[in-house]
Ligand binder design. Structure first.
Ligand SMILES: [Mn+2]
Length: 321
């Protein structure tokens, strides 16, 4: 892996950039891409951002700038993308031509010519902040908003274990430069569409508790979504609802996908390892958040899943039983 100085050098030496975001774009990939675009423009370069999927409207304050995703380019940079499978359908053919990848996922598959991967960064925007220092770019309030958005969205408003002192230092840099932190946090964490609230009501209504209330299960069916009209990008975070219940060690959201497969999003509290649990079903993830899929009926999936949960809870032999 190269160091950040080399990345800055590379950016100075090249021009005519295309910056790619991952599919189903989130605040971190969008913040990273549009901040990098603005920084390159400040260096006198041409840069445009593209993404397989549309940018959700809550990120308008970053994406509503002059941008031509179809523009010719010489240099392809990807941001916050761990693997080429996340390029999305529209840009999957770019997978062998990435010049530079800037990412923070430990699972990064090293697909680019030059990779800068720093998995100690809680958000990719932390790296973008570092780059701004390296490039000697003074943040304006637009750059500050982009960087702050990535920092806060990837860390659940600075709550996750991945947050370091440096995450807060980068946030300080962004706030000093005029980031609209309270407006951004309100928009990202305290604003839900009516369709989302209606969906949550149905999801919470499906709650079932198992194993002396140490496991909570909720359902999100296609029928619920038809009823409420909620879209994919409005459902961010619903997976954590079951674990929010006090005393729950395993929270699972069973989600019926459009193709009929069942996706289970698992959130756990210590000492239960979510990724170990999901590995039983060919899935994976992190210690506290993981997922797996089933290609059977939602109730059948639930039975199979709960059998493993029971085993894991039993083997732990908790003293509070
Ligand atoms: Mn990220």
């Amino acid at each position: 892996m190269v160091d950040i100085k080399k990345v800055a050098e590379f950016l100075n030496e090249h021009d005519f950039y295309r910056i790619l975001c991952h599919q189903n774009p989130d605040g971190d990939t969008i913040g990273s891409a549009f901040a990098l675009k603005r920084m390159l423009e400040m260096l006198g370069k041409t840069a445009n951002v593209c993404c397989s999927d549309a940018f959700p409207p809550q990120y308008d304050y970053m994406t509503r700038v002059e941008n031509n995703p179809e523009a010719d380019y010489n240099t392809l940079v990807t941001v916050d993308i761990a693997d080429t499978s996340l390029f999305g359908k529209k840009y999957e053919d770019l997978k062998n031509s990435v010049d530079l990848n800037i990412d923070h996922h430990a699972s990064n598959s090293n697909y680019a010519n030059i990779s800068f991967v720093d998995s100690s960064s809680a958000a990719n925007c932390e790296i973008i902040y570092k780059l701004s220092l390296e490039l000697g770019i003074k943040l304006d309030s637009y750059l500050a908003d982009c960087i702050y958005t990535g920092l806060t969205t990837d860390t659940g408003c600075f709550r996750y274990a991945s947050v370091t002192a440096y995450t807060h230092l980068a946030a300080m840099g962004a706030i000093n430069a005029g980031a609209h932190h309270s407006e951004i946090n309100r928009a990202m964490f305290e604003t839900k569409s009516l369709a989302r609230i209606n969906t949550e009501q149905l999801v919470i209504g499906s709650l079932e508790m198992y194993f002396e209330s140490r496991c909570a299960v909720m359902m999100l069916t296609r029928e619920m979504l038809e009823k409420t009209g909620a879209k994919e990008d409005e459902l961010e975070g619903t997976a954590s609802l079951p674990r929010e219940i006090e005393g729950v060690l395993v929270g699972a959201l069973f989600r019926e996908k459009p193709d009929g497969t069942i996706k289970v999003s698992v959130r756990t509290n210590a000492p239960i390892d979510a990724s170990r649990l999901c590995l039983n079903f060919g899935g994976g993830g992190h210690k506290a958040a993981a997922g797996c899929s089933f290609s059977c009926d939602i109730n059948e999936a639930k039975v199979k899943f709960l059998a493993e949960v029971e085993k894991i809870l039993d083997e732990r032999n908790f003293s509070n039983r």
